[in-house]
Design a protein around this ligand. Structure first.
Ligand code: MF3
Ligand code: CO
Ligand code: CO
Length: 341
């Protein structure tokens, strides 16, 4: 990580930004540098040196057999509008959501078990891809608004939507693996962040607290409750540790469509008065940062990194509001449901 040498005078407006986003400096960090709203990353002597994540080489698109049912955007890249919130009204719809979500959990667990120093994020994508197909599912990310891969792998300062490539994971890294499967006509979506090899206590704490944030958010869900309570609980927990909550990416309704209403912010905003009703299925997926909540988008238009290049962690579940509380759909069916009432 470079320090003072990348000063204002060094980068010209039309030159590539010092942060590696691939964008022109004037369209990236210039305003932040001038306002000093986001401090340049400087190495603290008590912190280990960490490489900056850079764009790698993205391999060719993986094929999906014709026999596997595809979502509407698989060929066109443009999803059709799915009106309103998805409410699971009958046992059939509920079972289809459950099965898709369990399959997503199994795919994710297989990917996470493969994480080790020396593996590339594209090798993780290959594992995920095969696991989706083995279950008769389509990898929901593939060609969604043109996304080129079957998995999202977000390493260190990458907040979300990291594209698997030839980046080699190193000990001390953290990586979020985000799996979404399309199975039985519905999507199931979950993610976890894991440490690669061993990490310092500060990194471990960020990951542990982010997992807690997800559970604190889920815990607030109840019939007649409000969407805004989720973000209120998450933000309260994150700020206790001095962390920030990402505001530009939110949880979402999910079902026949990948991203549906409602939006689920992970921070408190009084305007999100939507009432939660039994049968609603949506994700909660807090992204929690060591430093600023602001992001910079790489010129691939997918990879979102923290503006100050400090670490970001994320955990995600798909949940169902039941008559009695909330059911975590993307946990293993053998595991006890913590908040079902
Ligand atoms: N799985 C991500 C989410 O939690 C979305 C990934 S969209 C993709 O909403 F196109 F990047 F795959
Ligand atoms: Co999601
Ligand atoms: Co996801």
């Amino acid at each position: 990580m470079t320090g003072p040498e990348r000063s204002l005078t060094k980068t010209r407006p039309n030159e590539p930004c010092w942060c590696g986003s691939g964008r022109k400096y004037k369209r990236c960090h210039r305003a932040m540098d001038q306002a000093r709203s986001v401090r340049a990353p400087t190495r603290r002597s008590d912190q280990p040196e960490r490489r900056r994540i850079q764009k790698g080489v993205v391999g060719p698109r993986r094929a999906v057999p014709e026999t596997i049912p595809r979502p509407d955007y698989a060929e066109t890249s443009i999803p059709k509008r799915h009106a309103g919130r998805h409410v699971v009204r009958n046992d059939d719809a509920r079972e289809r959501m459950e099965k898709a979500c369990w399959a997503a959990r199994e795919v994710l667990d297989t990917v996470l078990a493969a994480v080790r120093p020396g593996i590339t994020t594209d090798e993780l994508d290959a594992i995920a891809h095969e696991e989706y197909l083995r279950r008769g599912g389509y990898p929901s990310p593939l060609n969604y608004h043109g996304y080129p891969k079957s998995l999202c792998t977000s390493v260190n300062e990458v907040i979300c939507h990291g594209i698997p490539d030839d980046t080699v994971l190193e000990t001390g890294d953290i990586v979020n693996c985000d799996v979404t499967i399309y199975l039985n006509g519905v999507h199931g979506d979950c993610s976890e962040t894991v440490v690669v090899g061993e990490a310092d206590p500060r990194t471990q704490q960020l990951v542990a607290v982010t997992r807690e944030c997800l559970l604190r958010g889920i815990e607030t869900v109840r019939p007649g409750g409000k969407i805004r309570e989720i973000g209120r609980a998450i933000e309260a927990h994150a700020t206790r540790f001095g962390y920030s909550v990402v505001r530009s990416f939110v949880g979402h309704g999910i079902g026949p469509g990948f991203h549906m209403d409602p939006q689920v912010p992970h921070y408190y905003d009084a305007q999100f008065r939507d009432e939660i009703v039994p049968g609603m299925t949506f994700t909660i997926e807090p992204m929690i940062n060591l430093g600023t909540w602001r992001h910079v988008m790489w010129d691939d238009d997918w990879t979102a990194v923290t503006a100050d290049l400090q670490l970001s962690a994320q955990f995600e579940h798909t949940v169902l509001c039941t008559d009695r509380g909330v059911r975590i759909l993307t946990q293993s069916p053998d595991q006890e449901q913590p908040f079902e009432g």
